[in-house]
Design a protein around this ligand. Structure first.
Ligand code: PLP
Length: 378
């Protein structure tokens, strides 16, 4: 049976080169980058190289990249670090209702610590409106955190316009963007987006799990949330995860030309969408202009879990909503105003630049079979 992994937004297969690099750093070049002898210096050089590769992809200086243990930690560091550094200036934070839990739950924790948090709504197209952001921007705002690509629907938020507005109306506020799902796909640079802080994660781009990075714009000061040996210029203490960091660098170098890959993904997306929409009852929950690598769809009457296991039986791996929301009703689709029968039958299919067209077509074919077989059994 052909196995089609169509859950790249949950995690990706580690590339051969990245895996070999990680193995090399574990078994041969295994020094502690803080050690002063050559084995340590060699490891430090690899960390520096990886920092440079990620910086190049993001269009920033390597000194602006700080390694973390994952995207979740990068988001937490940005949010708690900024809130702590700016708490004397103001206590208002703006984010959206559809952020990843690593932003939403950090924001909820800040509410417990007496910060005021505003969660911008999204509309039927899964996107915020700039007028809502504008209405909340006042001199007490210290941080705005808006994701670039939503992990459940692929909806792309107007980050560039939002940073422009924020900078114009709130001189003191920092702007953070969770770019975990957009990195290596949209081709945006930190300069184009106009952000101060931006999070990325290794395992979404064919690097191992357990490594991420936070971009901190030169001159911006945020406080650390871990206290220890002062690694990463004191912002993120803890011995660096050199194997994963080096592999992250390799995976970043392997990212194909994003614009070309995006064009191919858009064609694939169009093909699958039209195949899916020809199936009686199928609803597509992703907006038409979503990142083409992600499609969220529902077949009302067939619960997400039933569909996932049916597809698994056919050799296809997809998610229900996001990989992190097992068993819970999606906060993203709820915020988008979708009815329960759509939310409870939602699945997410996501792919990478190298996903074979045949796999994506096979998916549409199997949804068609599911519509025939599973709905008839009701
Ligand atoms: N932000 C978004 C949008 C994500 O999709 C994810 C992971 O799914 C994360 C943050 C968290 O990244 P990590 O799994 O590296 O902690």
């Amino acid at each position: 049976m052909t196995i089609a992994y169509l859950d790249d937004s949950a995690t990706t297969r580690v590339s051969e080169k990245a895996a070999l690099k990680a193995a090399e750093m574990m078994t041969k070049n295994f020094g502690n980058p803080s050690s002063v002898y050559s084995l340590g210096l060699d490891a430090e050089m690899e960390v520096k190289k990886a920092r440079g590769s990620i910086a190049e992809r993001l269009g920033c200086g390597e000194k602006e990249i700080f390694f973390t243990s994952c995207g979740t930690e990068a988001n937490n560091l940005a949010i708690f670090g900024a809130a702590d550094a700016l708490k004397k200036t103001g206590k208002k934070i703006i984010t959206t209702a559809i952020e990843h839990p690593s932003v939403l739950n950090a924001a909820k924790e800040l509410e417990k610590r007496d910060f005021e948090v505003v969660y911008l709504p999204v509309y039927g197209d899964g996107k915020i409106r700039l007028r809502d952001l504008e209405g909340e921007l006042d001199e007490s705002v210290i941080l705005v955190s808006i994701m670039l690509v939503n992990n459940e629907t692929g909806a792309v938020q107007p980050v560039k316009e939002a940073t422009g507005l924020t900078k114009r109306l709130c001189k003191n506020a920092l702007f953070h963007c969770d770019m975990v799902q957009g990195f290596g796909k949209t081709g945006d640079t930190v300069g184009e987006l106009g952000v101060d802080l931006l999070s990325v994660s290794g395992h979404k781009i064919h690097a191992p799990k357990g490594v991420g990075a936070l971009y901190v714009r030169n001159g911006i000061k945020i406080n650390s949330i871990l206290f220890g040996g002062g690694q990463e210029k004191g912002l993120r203490s803890g011995t660096e995860n050199v194997p994963s960091i080096a592999a992250f660098g390799v995976a970043a170098e392997e990212i194909p030309d994003e614009k070309e890959a995006l064009e191919r993904a858009a064609k694939l997306n169009e093909t699958v969408r039209s195949l899916l929409l020809s199936i009686d009852g199928v609803k597509i929950n992703s907006p038409e202009d979503a990142l083409p690598y992600i499609i969220n769809l529902s077949l009302p009457g067939v619960p997400s879990e039933v569909m996932i296991h049916f597809l698994e039986g056919e050799g296809m791996f997809v998610s229900g909503g996001s990989a992190c929301s097992k068993g819970r009703r999606s906060h993203v689709l709820t915020a988008q105003g979708l009815p329960p029968e759509i939310i409870d039958s939602a699945i997410r299919v996501s792919f990478s630049p190298d996903t074979p067209e045949q796999h994506v077509k096979m998916f549409a074919e199997n949804v068609k079979n599911a519509a025939r077989l599973l709905r008839r059994k009701k």
